[in-house]
Ligand binder design. Structure first.
Ligand code: EPZ
Length: 427
């Protein structure tokens, strides 16, 4: 397993281009199954999760190619609705395939995605939404089988503004007969990107970005070309790293309007930001100030995906901060590792109490999940001494070569891959 070795203590400085959004690209890749033919997607990052999704599309019969930041997907030859168990286990987001496969083949079999490091990750809202559209669902402890001779538009209310459930229902309803009105829908920018992509295919959807999305079902969709939006969580991670190392960093090809809640928190911490179109500069020349209380919740509130990263900044701030996590029940796994680096954080249920310290120190730490791993990288960059981050594959799911990202900003950081045995050419 790869490790990252980080020599901390130097302020980040320079300019970085933000890559395309993982959480927009994944549902959009799944949505390609809704039409037959060749799609051309641009600004698609090289991430483990993207490669797994392309693998699954390939195993379902599509032809996929990922060159530089462009992906071509030809779904004309798609011929299966059984999502392979081994790939489903690698990435629970394969759940996004239910809607498109049900719409295309009238049937889909997936494996129970199960929970992960950050929580139980239930899918009841996905299943209830598809049932409302006419699907019959047969669940066993291992598999989920869905059938629908035809999908019919319906009024659906989500008990929680689930991103994935919103996306699955949008995709299933796009070619259903009649209209679907989805209320208490998630409002994330990735939902808006999916709506724009589906409408580029000929769908008739309005309301993404608000809590009510109306999907007028259409007969047929066509392949299209599309550019994925920038990754707001990668951008936010870089912004927080710039502040935590008291540096100055300019981000290009980002969308500052997707980061308003983070910009607000950084300003409260005394971090300067300046914006000009898709360019944003972040600088922090003095010790950050504590932020009394931050609560994560669905967009446009503070994103759960930046909770662990901003906790590193608060760990170095002057004063006492409280972080409340309301989206995932298990998203404090980074706290123990940060405390091993000298942070002063205690937790009680879904609240973390952070007393800022003057400095944290390098240590050997373990990434438990994608964003916790990113937080530990930020901690290593800000710490005094050397930090080794293990289980880096978690981080590679959502950051395209994170060491290259930060090396380009002056970080002293290397990736160590286990020495692979030389190929035995004898046999
Ligand atoms: C998406 O996950 C993102 N993943 C997550 O990003 C992100 O943290 C999350 O949305 C919230 O913004 C992708 O887009 C691939 P949810 P998703 O459905 O769709 C509960 C990252 O780091 N829930 O909004 O799985 C669930 O248990 C990842 O990039 C149900 O109860 O999130 C959780 O507590 C991590 N029943 C909460 O809702 C359901 O049917 C939020 O889940 C579905 C969800």
């Amino acid at each position: 397993m790869d490790k990252l070795v980080i020599e901390g203590g130097s302020p980040l400085s320079g300019t970085i281009r933000i890559h395309g959004a993982k959480n927009a690209a994944l549902p959009i890749l799944a949505a390609c199954l809704l039409a037959e033919g060749q799609f051309k997607l641009s600004n698609v990052p090289h991430l483990l999760d993207i490669e797994v999704m392309l693998n699954i599309l390939g195993r379902l019969g599509s032809k996929c190619k990922h060159e530089l930041e462009s992906v071509t997907v030809d779904t004309a030859s798609a011929n299966s609705f059984h999502v392979p168990e081994d790939l489903m286990k690698q990435m629970r987001s394969s759940i996004f395939l239910m809607g498109p496969l049900l719409a295309r083949f009238g049937e889909v079999t997936i494996y129970q995605p199960g929970g992960c490091a950050i929580g139980e990750r239930k899918i009841d809202l996905h299943l209830r939404g598809l049932q409302a559209l006419g699907a019959e669902i047969d669940e066993s402890d291992q598999k989920i089988h869905c059938k629908a001779s035809r999908l019919v538009g319906a009024d659906i209310h989500l008990d929680f503004a689930s991103v994935g459930a919103t996306e699955n229902i949008m995709m299933a309803a796009a070619t259903a007969s009649g209209t679907t009105v989805l209320s208490n829908a998630a409002r994330e920018p990735e939902i808006q990107d999916l709506q724009n992509f589906l409408n580029s295919m000929g769908a008739n959807i309005i309301g993404a970005g608000t809590d009510t999305i109306t999907i007028h079902g259409v007969e047929k969709l066509q392949p299209c070309q599309y550019e994925i939006i920038p990754d707001r969580i990668v951008a936010g991670t870089v912004m927080i790293a710039a502040a935590a190392t008291r540096g100055q960093v300019t981000l290009t090809h980002c969308n500052p309007s997707h980061l308003s809640s983070l910009i607000h928190v950084l300003k409260r911490a005394g971090v300067q930001t300046s914006i000009c179109n898709d360019i944003m500069t972040v600088s922090c020349m003095a010790r950050p100030k504590a932020v009394e209380r931050i609560v994560t919740s669905p967009y446009p509130s503070f994103p759960t995906d930046l909770q662990s990263q901003v906790m590193v900044l608060l760990s170095l701030a002057d004063g006492f901060s409280i972080m409340k996590e309301t989206v995932f029940e298990g998203r404090f796994k980074h706290v123990e590792e940060l405390c091993r680096m000298g942070a002063d954080i205690t937790t009680d249920l879904n609240c973390a109490f952070i007393r800022g310290v003057q400095r944290i120190y390098g240590a050997t730490v373990e990434a438990t999940d994608l964003r916790a791993g990113a937080a530990l990288v930020i901690a290593g960059l800000a710490a005094q001494g050397t930090t080794i981050v293990e289980q880096v594959h978690h981080i590679d799911r959502g950051y395209d070569r994170i060491e290259k990202m930060f090396q380009g900003l002056g970080a002293r950081m290397m990736r160590h891959s286990p020495v692979t045995k030389p190929l035995d050419l004898a046999n």
